[in-house]
Design a protein around this ligand. Structure first.
Ligand code: ARG
Length: 585
């Protein structure tokens, strides 16, 4: 990877060694006092303690050695033993010119040859989407793109919740409304109709009504349970009806995910792994890892060194029914069999943390996957409204993704008052910016934390927001267009002359590190931090330098290459966050 920080660390380590000290003291960090210096090395303090020497003397000796390296414009020892470092503008420019040639910013392909399955859909068939599904989709899609960037073969699986009581409720409700349909005739042996007896609109009213009815109407609730069981045992008519529910729901879900620019390679669901369950349980039995507990079957997964209680993993209820953990385990069986992935990665609400802990432990005990296979889970926090409670759309109640996207788009559109874009383009652009506002608003927070959905803030064109980032990228593009119109071509990036140019150059050099960190921590917010800083630094640079009016041709050409690199970094990072950049705005 190309990293000025790494090169500086290497130089400092060598300098410590040359002073007879351990090279590990040479670690260089980005300065936390940018007013004093760009980078710093604090190793002299620890080295002094270990060697019982004076830290300032060590810092001075090391700083002296650093003068021989071409990397630093200055290396200064200050009390009590810090080494303040500034990069040599020539060295920075050389590195930038190297970086500008690399399509992957020098991160390489650490995932080459490996498959990862990302499970970040989880929508429930026939049930409305909830805010948790929105977050899984946004965070999961971003991470999938990041895995791909790292060279993985990344497979996204929507893993629909399609195997619960909701199916029985729908079947019974349809039966009550249209009892003459062939699905309910046990003697029917012909072909079932190809057309579903309901639309997605119907399903959206059927399910909540049936669910409410089951709460007060015991007879109906019992029938729904029976219907669920019959369906799961393979009843032909019910299966045919179930396939209609699946088809209609999937088509609608796909529309919703498409609108979010979220895409899945696999459209599987809990129902797909039912065929694996019996064998899997028999295998647990054979291995002796399963126990009877009050008629139910569980896999104890607690460990002696647990700091909190980890209850047994429940895989079969006393009435024979399978549970959430059962399908998740069977899904791992299937994924191992079909894809033999290096990693399976789940993105869900953090309230499911314990569930995945139990499932992973059970999977390990049963040896469902080889030891080296990584099973990991990212549990994210809740998206709250301004009232601090889980978010609801203005229309209240459950999340209708279309409405949410429309609300964000309208908020953005309202802020585009002064643009002179033709109406049609303005509408389309508001849609593109709106998606960025929504996704960036989510992804700029550390995923595990709760955050407040603040439409005013998210849609603002200023501050740490998606629209601000897009605005910066669009501005860079427009400048590039104009200098190209002046007939000027890009040339080598030149050593920075002013502080704003230097700061922008150093920031651009950190792209590879930002990508690597974001990936290692599974943290899209690191990508956001990077492009936010870059955008601010670009603005400052642009304020200080009149690119279009610059007369020094070599300088101007160097700036073009610098801007091209900035544009490419913004485009890449926005793409990894899951949104695009409009032509104009
Ligand atoms: N359907 C679940 C829900 O709505 C989420 C599924 C997440 N994925 C998984 N493999 N368990 O909460």
């Amino acid at each position: 990877m190309i990293s000025l920080q790494d090169l500086m660390t290497k130089a400092c380590s060598d300098a410590f060694a040359a002073c007879g000290l351990d090279p590990s003291y040479g670690r260089v960090n980005v300065s936390n006092r940018p007013d004093l210096c760009e980078y710093q090395c604090n190793g002299a303090m620890a080295a002094a303690k270990a060697a019982r020497r004076n830290p300032l003397e060590i810092a001075e000796a090391v700083a002296e050695k650093l003068k021989e390296s071409g990397l630093f414009a200055s290396a200064e020892a200050v009390r009590p033993g810090f080494i303040n470092l500034n990069a040599s503008p020539e060295a920075a420019a050389d590195l930038l010119n190297e970086l500008a040639e690399l399509p992957d910013f020098g991160v390489g392909k650490p995932g080459a040859g490996k498959t990862v399955i990302l499970d970040y859909g989880g929508a429930n068939v026939a049930k409305p989407l909830h805010v948790g599904h929105l977050r899984s989709a946004i965070i999961g899609e971003s991470l999938k793109r990041l895995y791909r960037f790292m060279g993985y073969d990344a497979i996204g699986d929507v893993h629909l919740g399609d195997w619960g009581l909701q199916m029985g409720l729908i079947i019974e409700a349809v039966k009550d409304a249209q009892p003459d349909l062939p699905y309910f005739d046990p003697d029917f042996t012909g072909e079932y109709p190809a057309e579903a007896p309901f639309t997605i609109g119907d399903l959206e009213t059927i399910y909540p009504a049936a669910s409410a009815r089951a709460k007060t109407d015991e007879e109906f609730s019992e029938r729904a349970h029976q219907a669920t069981l019959r369906l799961q045992q393979g009843d032909r008519g019910y299966q045919a009806l179930f396939q209609h529910v699946l088809r209609v729901s999937k088509a609608d879900l796909k529309k919703n995910y498409d609108a979010l620019d979220v895409h899945f390679e696999l459209w599987k669901g809990e129902s797909d792994v039912q065929p694996y369950i019996a064998d899997m349980l028999a295998d647990f039995e054979r291995q002796g890892i399963m126990e009877e507990s009050e008629g139910a079957r569980v896999i104890p997964v607690a460990r002696p060194d647990d700091t909190k209680e980890v209850p047994p993993c429940l895989v079969q209820k006393s009435d024979g029914a399978y549970l959430y953990a059962t399908t998740d385990l069977a899904t791992i069986v299937e994924r191992e069999k079909l894809y033999h992935p290096a990693e399976i990665f789940y993105v869900t609400d953090k309230r499911q943390n314990m569930h995945f802990e139990q499932v992973f432990r059970a999977a390990r005990l049963a040896g469902i996957v080889p030891e080296e296979t990584v099973l990991s889970h990212l549990g994210f926090g809740t998206m709250n409204g301004k009232d601090g409670k889980p978010f609801k759309t203005r229309s209240g109640g459950v999340l209708r993704l279309e409405y949410l996207l429309k609300e964000v788009k309208d908020a953005v559109y309202a802020r585009m008052a002064e643009t002179d874009l033709p109406e049609e383009e303005k509408q389309a652009t508001a849609g593109v910016i709106g998606l960025a506002a929504l996704k960036y608003g989510d992804l700029s927070n550390q995923a595990t934390k709760d955050y407040v959905f603040d439409l005013d803030r998210f849609s603002s064109f200023e501050g740490n927001t998606g629209p601000y980032i897009l605005y910066t990228a669009v501005r860079i593009r427009s400048i590039l267009r104009k200098v190209r119109e002046q007939g000027i071509a890009a040339g080598p990036i030149r050593p920075a002359q002013g502080p704003a140019e230097k700061a922008l150059q150093l920031a651009l050099l950190k792209a590879g590190q930002a990508l690597t960190d974001a990936f290692a921590e599974k943290a899209p917010h690191r990508l956001c931090q990077f492009i936010y800083e870059l955008s601010d630094l670009f603005s400052a640079f642009y304020r200080d330098n009149h690119i279009l009016k610059e007369e020094d041709a070599a300088r101007k050409s160097g700036w073009i290459r610098l801007l091209e690199l900035a544009e490419r970094e913004l485009v890449t990072f926005c793409g990894l966050l899951g949104f695009g950049i409009p032509e104009r705005m």
